[in-house]
Design a binder for this molecule. Structure first.
Ligand SMILES: NC(=O)c1ccc[n+]([C@@H]2O[C@H](COP(=O)([O-])OP(=O)(O)OC[C@H]3O[C@@H](n4cnc5c(N)ncnc54)[C@H](O)[C@@H]3O)[C@@H](O)[C@H]2O)c1
Length: 390
């Protein structure tokens, strides 16, 4: 089997996770990284032992050695980088949110389809063993028809007015912050696990901190803690800290979620519960190695992540025996394994079913986020056109 060569653009928090996950596959060589400057790219390349560093992402896209581009840049750059990669006839693994508007995501989806390249979006939470188990059980009808899909995605890293990140600036992060950043993950996961598409939303969003103090020295994600007050500029803030969303799903199921980046004590608290006519199940990203199974007429159960106990569809997502935890980095590696297996097999997303999230899912997430933002602004239910989400 030949090795596939990949390049990673933007080696910040998630870019480094991409490099590590790719190396675990064994069949992929990370040959280049690109950063916001040559100096930062060279520093990262040295740290990560990547042979080539570029200060301009266009050089990485044009590098004839690079066959697959991983786009880990801030959101406003996603469209430019993804379209340039597709135009170069290369496969693209994009970070979420795929774009900052559904216009952008539709354009990228269309371009990828026309070029016939493989396209993926890193909705990594789908790829945990017990998430796959939950989906398999629901698809098999083990819980009966789905009635309710509910949960939260809560973080606290933007709790204080001195917490700042590029996501807060709409020119860099896009018009939505909490919804596009983590709400998109929750909505994608809810649809993936339940097997049902969101058809309508009714949302309330709020910016609790209308002013924040931005550090004069930019920090990578989760790295801004501990700076002194004199080092800040005070700025007005437009992007939302939080949202509560009522959901309608195709087929009649209902749901709700709370999304927040200002909930003290919650680091990456993504929870999802699905209640069917004959049973319930619930999963928590911070305790990802157990799946709660709720029963009416029998004691509830807790299923451990033990390959010996998993549904055949979920088993390939667990790599270690029961009692040996698998979590965030493993989900990303599972996603990349599926993408690169598809590439190695000569798969074409226009004809072949992809076992990973694609630009179709990235576009759908953008439509959901836009519907949420419009619903909150107009204070009413907003439907998602079935045609648009296809
Ligand atoms: N799937 C997930 O779980 C997950 C988690 C975190 C972030 N993300 C997504 O990944 C993307 C990056 O987020 P992050 O948290 O890693 O941010 P980050 O700030 O930690 O890293 C971004 C990197 O991009 C680099 N960069 C900025 N401008 C650039 C340019 N012009 N050319 C090349 N590199 C450039 C920065 O120097 C930095 O190293 C975002 O779209 C975010 O939504 C996804």
């Amino acid at each position: 089997m030949t090795t596939i060569k990949a390049g990673v653009i933007g080696a910040g928090f998630i870019g480094v996770a991409h490099v590590e996950a790719l190396r675990r596959l064994g069949s992929v060589e990370v040959v280049a990284v690109a950063g916001s400057s040559l100096a930062s790219a060279q520093r990262k390349a040295q740290e990560l032992h990547v042979p080539q560093a570029y200060g301009d992402w266009r050089q990485l896209v044009a590098d004839p050695d690079v066959q697959v581009v991983h786009n880990c840049t801030p959101n406003y750059l996603h469209r430019q980088v993804n379209l340039a990669t597709i135009a170069a006839g290369k496969h693209v693994v994009a970070e979420k949110p795929l774009g900052v508007s559904s216009q952008e995501t539709a354009e990228m989806l269309q371009a990828a389809r026309q070029a016939g390249v493989v396209h993926a979006v890193n909705f990594n939470y789908r790829m945990y063993p017990l998430v796959q188990e939950a989906r398999a059980r629901l698809a098999a009808g083990d819980l009966g028809p789905v009635r309710l899909v509910h949960g939260n995605y809560l973080q606290d890293w933007l709790l204080l007015d001195t917490d700042y990140n590029w996501r807060i600036d709409p020119a860099v992060g896009g018009p939505s912050r909490a919804m596009a950043d983590i709400g998109s993950h929750w909505c994608d996961l809810a649809q993936f696990v339940s097997g049902l598409l969101i058809s309508e939303v009714c949302a309330d969003i709020t910016t609790f901190l209308p002013r924040r103090r931005r550090p004069r020295r930019a920090a990578e994600t989760f790295a801004g803690v501990g700076q002194r007050p004199a080092d800040f500029d005070e700025l007005p803030i437009a992007s939302e800290d939080y949202g509560s969303i009522l959901l309608g799903f195709q087929g009649g199921a209902r749901g709700a979620c709370v999304i927040s980046q200002v909930s003290a004590g919650h680091k990456n608290h993504l929870t999802l519960e699905v209640d069917g006519a004959t049973g319930s199940l619930a999963w928590n990203q911070e305790e990802p190695n157990t799946l709660w199974l709720g029963h009416r007429g029998a004691p509830n159960q807790v299923l451990p992540k033990d390959p010996a106990l998993l549904h055949p569809q979920a088993k390939p997502y667990a790599h270690y025996p029961g009692g040996h935890g698998e979590a965030y980095p493993d989900g990303i590696a599972n996603l990349f394994r599926n993408v690169y297996r598809f590439i190695q097999a000569g798969g074409d997303p226009r004809h072949d079913a992809a076992d990973f999230p694609t630009f179709v899912d990235g576009h759908r997430a953008a439509l959901v986020v836009e519907a949420i933002m419009r619903s909150a602004q107009e204070r009413r239910w907003v439907g998602l056109g079935e045609k648009d989400a296809d």
